[in-house]
Write a protein that binds this ligand. Structure first.
Ligand code: CAA
Length: 386
């Protein structure tokens, strides 16, 4: 028997602090319009002292585990650019914090902002072989660029968890997938660095080339007509990037109105404008924002374009399931965004520098989520329930 397979639950989390891009512009003597309209970003989430990709990932996934239990989750895949260990998968800490079963596999995936999509594809494959199992996919990142660099305005933080199963309650993923890989240095982070290196303008060019290349591969592989895709979600390093991507794609695909294609993205940008770049989670934050804020019907097709610098891109689509909105917890992420404490420029800079600390340390209790990083003791990260 063939089952539809896809996303049966989705939940997101962010940090306890934020920094406003108006404050950044004022401190730099730049016009706030460059950030608010030029790149389409209003705020960036900033981690508290005891928050990291593990606490964010566990906070995002906890409501899913509470709703579905642990018995059927035999795989946890954590996608991140912000790895905390060169060897051990960050997901193992998340596995413990969530109380998942010992009879489960846990692994971490990396390819800049793309790897959550690889995780989703792997999950679909596992469920296709074992339709009774569910796979927990978590994307968790803290996007950091050097102070005073061009990328600084596009920092952010957040995590998004998806439960993948047969007969999904939210979105069935279709088999067609368009792929594109090219060895380029548009954004990368060598092992000795805590902030990304980036060739900003070049990264935008490669992203836009990847959109048409991956789309063409999608069409060649039997993907749906562009006109049958009701809405698109693009990776959003900053929300304006999605608009640029849609403009390029709509022209390339011969859309009737490029302007209306671009304006149809609005509901995908609501969370991202406030989160900043969440790297691996970003495109799925766009999906969550769309699911919460748009009036869409069962069977409508959502296109997804995932991009990771370096570069790997994928274009695929899914169809919405009847009653999907009852499963998306509308307002849950907005409540977390609203509860963040705003920090001023000096505090933002102090925290940015402090985040580079190494060795053993204890953290201050600042996070608002259910889990915290207590500290690093004898090179071991110690997490606890808040
Ligand atoms: N009012 C309105 N708009 C204004 C303005 C004002 N006062 N001042 C400037 N602008 C506009 C500019 O015209 C420009 O718009 P267009 O791109 O439409 O021409 C926009 O604001 C940005 O201005 P600049 O191009 O001058 O900005 P910049 O060069 O300082 O920085 C950036 C832009 C290079 C993308 C930089 O944000 C960056 O390096 N970001 C990090 C890399 C990145 O996000 N790349 C995206 C693709 S790679 C990817 O997606 C992977 C990933 O997650 C990193």
């Amino acid at each position: 028997m063939t089952h539809a397979i896809g996303i049966t639950d989705i939940s997101a989390a962010t940090t306890s602090l934020f920094f406003s891009l108006t404050s950044l512009a004022e401190a730099q003597g730049t016009s706030p319009g460059k950030y608010l309209r030029g790149i389409g970003q209003h705020e960036m989430s900033v981690p508290g002292d005891d928050e990291d990709i593990v606490t964010l990932a566990a906070r995002a996934a906890a409501p899913i585990v509470e709703r579905h239990g642990t018995k059927e989750i035999r795989t946890l895949v954590l996608a991140t650019e912000t790895g905390i260990d060169q060897s051990k998968a960050a997901g193992i800490y998340v596995h413990e914090l969530l109380g998942l079963e010992h009879n489960a596999r846990v692994v971490e995936l990396k390819e800049a902002c793309y790897s959550a999509t690889a995780a989703l594809q792997f999950a679909l494959g596992i469920v296709a072989r074992n339709p009774d199992e569910k796979v927990l996919v978590i994307a968790s990142d803290i996007a950091r660029y050097e102070l005073d660099s061009s990328g600084e305005a596009t920092q952010g933080a957040g995590a998004l968890a998806m439960l993948v199963s047969a007969d999904p309650a939210i979105m069935a993923i279709e088999p067609a997938s368009g792929l594109f890989t090219e060895n380029v240095h548009d954004f990368w982070r060598p092992n000795d660095r805590t902030t990304a290196l980036v060739d900003g303008r070049f990264s935008v060019t490669v992203y836009l080339r990847a959109v048409t290349e991956a789309y063409d591969d999608y069409v060649r592989g039997g993907g749906a007509e562009f006109s049958s895709i009701a809405r698109m979600c693009f990776h959003q390093p900053f929300t304006k990037m999605a608009a640029k991507a849609m403009q390029t794609l709509a022209k390339h695909a011969g859309a009737q109105s490029v302007a209306s294609a671009v304006s149809s993205l609005e509901e995908t940008m609501i969370h991202n404008r406030r989160l900043g770049n969440t790297y691996t989670a970003s495109v799925y934050m766009g999906l969550l924002s769309l699911l919460e804020n748009a009036e869409l019907g069962a069977g409508e097709r959502i296109g997804i374009f995932s991009y990771g610098s370096g570069a790997v891109a994928e274009f695929f689509a899914g169809t919405l399931v009847e009653g999907y909105r009852e499963h998306v917890r509308p307002g849950a992420l907005t409540a977390q965004l609203d509860a963040r404490r705003e920090i001023a420029y000096e505090e933002y800079r102090e925290r940015h520098i402090r985040a580079d600390r190494t060795g053993d340390y204890e953290t201050r209790a600042e996070g608002k989520g259910p889990f915290r990083l207590a500290g690093v003791r004898e090179s071991i990260r110690v997490y606890e329930k808040a």
